[in-house]
Ligand binder design. Sequence first.
Ligand SMILES: [Zn+2]
Length: 61
Amino acid sequence: MDPRLQQLEMISEHISDERLGRYSEGRLEEPDLGEVEEHLLICEQCCTRLTEFDDAWGLNG
Ligand SMILES: [Zn+2]
């Protein structure tokens, strides 16, 4: 089996927009911070969403 598929099956839920937004702003604290960083390591989908948050802040700032 593709090891990437095994990792995907471990993901029970994705990071919410609210948490991802706070992470992008650097306002997320432990233990949420650790959970989000760990999730981002294995979830390409949430990584892509995070870059969209970062782009949004870039446009505003
Ligand atoms: Zn995810």
